[in-house]
Design a protein around this ligand. Structure first.
Ligand code: AHR
Length: 491
């Protein structure tokens, strides 16, 4: 038996819709043949696949990051504007491909407008220059009678795009990154960029490159850049063929958030900042199977449980994680898979959809008391090698919750990682449920039930649960993700 105690009056912080963000990179079939497919009967006049657009719209992403990822470190944005047939093809260094540049800044920003999503553009700090970055920002946001702003107008967009979020490079620490830097070099360079960008556009929100919070890189970069940026990023992927490792490894995100937060608080104190930068968890997902072939990971139901847990962790830390971007959205390590004549969603789509739908205005304190596991995990269980044993034991049920500003509704998201059903009782502190609960549950689908060959299916069921002694009592199916939504009033 598990008891989940929700305290609506003990708020963690507001939930920024940017927590439900996405990321699309010029990688494999993410853009070309994914969300953008010129000439396809499934595309609109812009070349946007309407079936993909529909599925992405349902995810209500607050923000969409682009164009990389590793790709950006050799991307020159001026290649991707103006008449499409005149754009240069270039060698693509990160994924050993070629870039046609047919999808560029105007296409991306039109796509964000279609989705109703804020854009987040990552700048090229590999082979790109500060000059190029300033020009890009002027092209997007300039209101004056200046060259790049006028070129945007000439390219068909009279109004500024008002792009707010700009990444100061991508993973500049990695030897896989074109133009990688040491932490000290990055701080020096990114400080120059940040100062100049804020001169051009004081409204720009900047994101410094981060890793996982417990790395020397993060310490040096946060110490150096905290006065100049609005966010420090975290990138963390997990995943394993070992079931328990796979479903528990997202708890590494709790370590990443805690250590990054400590660095940010320390830097805010040292630099006497009014407010510490927040965390942009701008790449996260399960990813361990595919490292070639466009990273076309095929996701399992266990992966969906891991994804549901990641989002629970972000909700529980919503005062610090004010942006998070699922990497990625289409075909490459993605919930959405396209074929020439159709589209399918993988099991990880559902926790993302249901979390984004259920999340209310503010995260609320949630305590779980119940059976726990501390499995002995194989040391080589993950390609990424993140240790987690020291973070356990973990309750088999993971939970998070949110409430409305009016304190009249609660949404609780529950992941039962156990292979057994788990009797679960949800109780409120200082509040009472004022009606039955709506319950949506995701379980493993039929083996061959996916909409495209090789894509696993999920089963989503909806129902209501009457109160039992003032509590919502449910039997969570084995290995399931559940959303419970109900009206509440103060006791
Ligand atoms: O999302 C795939 C890759 O993972 C990104 O390009 C890079 O930033 C990270 O290493």
């Amino acid at each position: 038996m598990t008891q989940v105690s929700v305290s609506p009056a003990r708020l963690i912080g507001r939930i920024d819709r940017n927590m439900f963000g996405g990321f699309v990179e010029h990688l494999g079939r993410c853009i070309y043949g994914g969300l953008y497919d010129e000439g396809s009967p499934l595309s609109d006049a812009n070349g946007f696949r309407t079936d993909v657009l529909g599925l992405l719209r349902d995810l209500r992403m607050g923000v969409l990051r682009w164009p990389g990822g590793n790709f950006v470190s050799n991307y020159h944005w001026t290649d991707g504007i103006g008449p499409r047939d005149e754009r240069p093809r270039r060698p693509e260094l990160a994924w050993h491909d070629e870039e046609s540049n047919r999808f560029g800044t105007d296409e991306f920003l039109a796509y964000c407008a279609e989705l109703g999503t804020e854009p987040c553009i990552c700048l090229n700090m590999g082979t790109g220059t500060l000059r190029e970055a300033l020009d890009w920002i002027e092209y997007c946001n300039g209101t004056g009678d200046t060259h790049w702003a006028n070129l945007r107008r000439a390219n068909g967009h009279p109004e500024p795009y008002n792009v707010r979020y700009w990444g100061l490079g991508n993973e500049m620490y990695g030897e896989w990154q074109v133009g990688a830097l040491s932490a000290e070099e990055y701080v020096r360079e990114a400080t120059r960029w940040a100062r100049a960008i804020k001169m051009l556009d004081p409204e720009a929100k900047l994101i410094s490159c981060g890793l996982n919070g417990w790395n020397d890189w993060d310490q040096t970069v946060v110490d150096g850049l905290a006065p100049f940026v609005d966010y420090h990023s975290v990138h963390l992927y997990t995943g394993s063929d070992d079931y328990w490792t796979n479903v528990l490894q997202p708890h590494q995100a709790e370590r990443a958030i805690a250590t990054t937060k400590a660095l940010l608080q320390r830097a805010a104190y040292a630099h006497d900042l009014d407010q510490a930068p927040r965390i942009a968890y701008d790449e996260w997902n399960v990813w361990f199977r595919q490292h070639g072939a466009g990273l076309e990971e095929r996701y399992s139901h266990a992966d969906a449980l891991a994804v549901g847990t990641y989002l629970n962790i972000f909700v529980r830390n919503c005062d610090w994680v004010t942006m998070a971007n699922l990497a990625q959205m289409v075909n490459a390590i993605a919930p959405i898979v396209t074929a020439a004549d159709g589209v399918a969603v993988q099991p990880i789509y559902y926790p993302v959809l249901l979390h984004a739908r259920a999340a209310l205005d503010a995260g609320a304190d949630t305590h779980v008391d119940g059976p726990a596991v501390s499995p002995a995990l194989p040391p080589d269980a993950s390609r990424w090698g993140h240790r987690i044993a020291d973070l356990g034991p973990f309750t088999v049920v993971d939970a998070a919750s949110s409430v409305t500003d009016h304190m009249d509704r609660v949404a609780v998201t529950l992941v039962n990682r156990s292979p057994e059903p788990e009797e679960t009782r949800i109780v409120l502190r200082d509040f009472v449920f004022s009606g039955p609960a709506a319950v949506t549950t995701v379980t493993e689908g039929p083996a061959d039930g996916g909409d495209l060959p090789g894509i696993a299916a999920a089963r989503v069921t909806e129902g209501t649960e009457d109160l039992s002694g003032g509590a919502v009592v449910l039997t969570l199916p084995p290995q399931s993700f559940t959303v419970v939504e109900a009206a509440i009033t103060r006791e």
